[in-house]
Each structure stands twice: as structure tokens, then as C-alpha cells.
Write a new protein. Structure first.
Length: 149
């Protein structure tokens, strides 16, 4: 997936040690927790300053951004649940390596990584859109005086 993979290239997922995959997964969880906080903060900003917007086109733009942030928050929560479940599976594999299907697990690991990479790419795109909308609304609505409160 794109340029996000925080692991060595090649067949790392197929040949990586279980402990290394566990460490990588813990990093994913940490990143997702950061994005969750970031999205909550952005949602709070949108909610707080939405009431000052008067122009209908600007209202529509801010509302779409707010909806996108809510969608991202839900997706982040879903990914966090998947990562937690994945960490549990990985811990069981480390404890009992011959009782589990390692190929199936490694496939699941790769799919989870791709989903996280897609999520992060989308959140970055949405954040960029939020910044453009915010700049446009502030220029058109003259909201600067509300930000000093």
C-alpha cells in the first residue's frame, strides 16, 4: 500500500519474527490512538466554531467536513478494535506457535496494515480539506475575532 508501511520491504510479513510483528502492531495501536485524539480535537473545533458561520455554502462545506471527521472517528475505533484483537491473536501465537495457522494470521496482518495505511492516507486528505475550508470560511465570514475568546 502506497508509502506508509513502517516495516522493511520485501517479504517481512511472511518471514518476520512474531515478536517483531507484535512490536509493529503495538506501534500501529499507538498511531491510531494519536489519530483518535487528533480527530476528537478537530471535531471539537468544528463544533465550537460552526455556530458562527452564516453563509449557506460555507455551512454546507463545514458540515461535510464534520461528517467526514465523524466517519474517520468511527473507522479509527473499528481499526483499534481490530488491532487489539490482532494483538491477542499474536500473543497466543507467540505462546503456542504450533496451535495456530501462521499463514492465515500473516495474511490478516497484511490486510490490517493495508487498512491502516488507507485510513491514515484518508485522514491526511480530510485534514487538508478541513484546513482549506477553515481558511476559506475565516476569510469570507471574518471569524478571526471569535478565535481570540
Amino acid at each position: 500500500m502506497e508509502n506508509f508501511r513502517p516495516r522493511p520491504k520485501g517479504n517481512y510479513i511472511e518471514s518476520g519474527q512474531w515478536q517483531e510483528l507484535y512490536t509493529l502492531t503495538v506501534h500501529w495501536k499507538s498511531d491510531l490512538l494519536f489519530y483518535k485524539d487528533d480527530l476528537k480535537f478537530l471535531r471539537h473545533l468544528v463544533d465550537k466554531y460552526f455556530i458562527w458561520v452564516k453563509n449557506q455554502d460555507n455551512l454546507d462545506g463545514v458540515q461535510k467536513v464534520g461528517e467526514a471527521i465523524l466517519k474517520d472517528i468511527r473507522e479509527c475505533d473499528q481499526l483499534l478494535r481490530r488491532v487489539s484483537k490482532h494483538l491477542s491473536h499474536l500473543a497466543r501465537i507467540i505462546d503456542e506457535p504450533f496451535k495456530n495457522d501462521s499463514q492465515l494470521f500473516r495474511k490478516e496482518h497484511a490486510e490490517l496494515e493495508d487498512d491502516i495505511a488507507r485510513f491514515i492516507k484518508n485522514v491526511r486528505k480530510e485534514r487538508k480539506h478541513l484546513f482549506k475550508i477553515t481558511e476559506h470560511v475565516m476569510d469570507k465570514e471574518k471569524l478571526e475575532h471569535h478565535l481570540k475568546d
